[in-house]
Design a protein around this ligand. Sequence first.
Ligand code: AP5
Length: 219
Amino acid sequence: MVFVFFGPPGSGKGTQAQYLVKKYGFRHISTGQLLRQEIQNKTALGLDIKSHIEAGELVSDDVMLELVKNVFKDKNSEHVIFDGFPRTVHQAIAFEDILSVNNLRVDLVINFEVSFDHLLERVKGRLTCKTCGHVYHEINNPPIKTGVCDFCHGVEFEKRNDDEDSALKRRFELYKTETQTVKDFYSDRGIVVSIDASLAVETVKKNVEKALADLGIVS
Ligand code: AP5
């Protein structure tokens, strides 16, 4: 099955996806992470998109669709979470075609609802493990052992360049003007479940699992 995790920057999409990967072995496709890997590996695409990402702009639909097509060439998994994709209605429509070629469709969209007041504090405190990319928060969601990644035991953490004020402001604007309409696209199909993502991480985990259990995906 294919799940789309939908919500503004910092709403906790990645955090919840990481949890489902660990607990149920779901595959997690974060398009932001795919793009950051291209930048880190200094590929031609990475060099091309670096300034866009750092300014908080969206990467072009054509580039995103090519990246997503490649996801299905790699391997198949029973359950795949798309986190941060689609972000425009054009991407959503083209995604239907990509999925249908692979005999798939979007089965569930989880809409992470959080007021914008919460988001700034979340993004400002975000720390990412430099080795494995696992996401933490300095206060709300720190590693169990201070300074050591729970998963890979790495000891270096970093802040994202696009979490800096002006890029973040632009990301919030684009979410409101471009991305929010994608929710209406899926609402019309009756597959959107909204979650109160302003609650504590553990409570949101339970509510996400409930949405999946209601569809018989987890028990
Ligand atoms: P992307 O990486 O997708 O960023 P985003 O959508 O802005 O989302 P974030 O990663 O900021 O937040 P999140 O919801 O995953 O929250 P997290 O779990 O980390 O995209 C980056 C860029 O790539 C885009 O700006 C764009 O340029 C480009 N891009 C990507 N996809 C694209 C596409 N489809 N089209 C075009 N361009 C694209 O949590 C945030 C913090 O809060 C963490 O510190 C976490 O520990 C903490 N936290 C999480 N949950 C809770 C909770 N319940 N309570 C308290 N704290 C919490």
